[in-house]
Design a protein around this ligand. Structure first.
Ligand code: SF4
Length: 433
């Protein structure tokens, strides 16, 4: 039977092209994202599971809460400022935010005399600890794509964390090689099925070995580079394979050693990184070689950059004494949360917040839909950088800050705005005597 009601208007999806993805640190800037009004997003141009999941998970906005009770934003900001104004040992952490958010978080931490750290600094410090101890020779993603003719992937396939690494930075033709050629070797790790498919047009060698002992394999390779007669087996890889690999590194014109430190097992993964860094150093006695440490989820690289340029020291720093005091052991957020009397936790990239010690006072600035183990003292929903508001985030190789644009308007404030409002609402500082 025909209806005399007017037909439903067909709502056409809005197509966003050349979208910059802010999530894993690779900085892909070629995404096509479809928006079904009012605010549902779907990635159409890539199978990257991280991008698909992150763009599709944008819950409806919800009001701020104080002690579990919905309140207007101004009231939540005032409650947060009241709690923080009385805190003696606050922690400003999580810091899953864009560059503006990081700057605002540092301003709040400076005003409070707080400790600052990022939720994912454990993985970052596996690299930073080595950089601080020994220095390193590192390269960029652009150098990998345009100059590298020999890529050594150390440990587990980084594509598990950075899904489009090979598609975006390894298989495109090199610009500055004549003739163009590229070879990939996996050392103590096996390529994922997707990686095998993407690399099918390149010569690939897999020396699977024991991924937990990739540092041993790197040390054996460094020894074989120095003196081929000293080639020995390591991590389940035969001496002959180590010797052959050393010969290929020697013949390379621009070798790159890539790793994702977050994928390394064990409490002392920084020692594995140190052996890889030494391998790169030793390889430079024979050819050009550089390391490529991969990191960058939740803009941890960008937040660390902001911390370093504003304070002169990286994350895991206390601002309690007037001058920044950096201690990567003492001021790791997992340790300091045990003694802090108030925690500001920022998680704008994903609706996840860790469980804190029982009774901890938490001010959470997080995505709507965040599930908490314990209701925080104050919860203020904030927008996601590159989805709800324009944002700058740093790429994994630390040299490029990318501008991600706004895609939807859920009416959510950005973390920087909320953090600045909290600073403005803090009780006046006592005049210096
Ligand atoms: S690889 Fe990383 S940056 Fe690229 S689309 Fe996937 S999540 Fe985004």
């Amino acid at each position: 039977m025909a209806s005399d009601r007017p037909p439903h208007p067909v709502v056409q999806p809005v197509v966003h092209r050349d979208v910059v993805c802010p999530f894993c640190g690779l900085g892909c800037d070629d995404l096509t994202v479809e928006e079904e009004p009012p605010a549902t997003l779907a990635v159409r141009s890539t199978d990257c599971p991280v991008a698909r999941e992150r763009y599709s998970r944008i819950p409806a906005p919800e009001p701020p809460r104080v002690a579990g009770v919905p309140v207007p934003l101004e009231e939540a900001v005032g409650a947060a400022a009241a709690v923080l104004g009385a805190a003696q040992a606050p922690l400003v952490a999580g810091l899953g935010t864009d560059i503006d958010g990081a700057r605002a978080a540092l301003a709040l931490a400076g005003r409070l005399g707080a400790v600052v750290d990022h939720a994912l600094s454990d993985g970052l410090y596996r690299n930073l600890a080595v950089l601080q101890r020994t220095g390193w020779i590192a390269t960029t993603l652009a150098e990998l794509r345009n100059r590298c003719d020999f890529l050594l992937v150390a440990g587990p396939d980084p594509a598990a964390l950075h899904p489009r690494l090979f598609e975006r930075w390894v298989t495109p033709a090199a610009t500055f090689q004549t003739p163009p050629s590229r070879e990939v070797v996996f050392l103590c790790g096996e390529p994922l099925d997707g990686t095998r498919a993407i690399l099918s047009g390149l010569p690939v060698t897999v020396l699977a070995g024991d991924s937990a002992r990739v540092g041993d394999a790197a040390a054996a390779l460094a020894a074989a580079l120095a003196d081929p007669s000293r080639a020995s087996g390591a991590a389940g890889i035969a001496a002959g394979d180590i010797a052959a690999l050393a010969e290929r590194v020697r013949k390379a014109r621009y070798a790159v050693v890539a790793w994702a430190a977050s994928a390394f097992d064990g409490a002392h993964a920084d020692l594995t990184v140190e052996r890889l860094v030494h391998l790169v150093r030793d390889a430079n006695r024979h050819t050009r070689c550089a390391g490529l440490p991969l990191a960058g989820y939740d803009n941890v690289v960008g937040v660390n950059q902001v911390c370093t340029w504003q304070l002169g020291v990286p994350l895991r720093t206390s601002l309690a004494g007037g001058a920044p005091l950096h201690d990567p052991h003492r001021f790791a957020w997992t340790r300091y949360a045990e003694v802090a009397d108030a925690v500001v936790w920022v998680s704008a990239f994903r609706p996840e917040v860790p469980a804190f010690p029982a009774g901890q006072t938490v001010i959470a600035l997080a995505s709507p839909g965040t599930a908490f183990a314990d209701e925080p003292a104050v919860f203020i929903p904030v927008g996601t950088p590159g989805i709800d508001h324009p944002a700058h985030v740093f790429r994994s190789d630390t040299v490029v800050a990318l501008r991600a644009r706004r895609l939807v308007d859920r009416g959510l404030p950005d973390a920087a705005t909320v953090l600045k409002a909290i600073v403005a609402a803090l009780p006046p500082e006592a005049p210096a005597c």
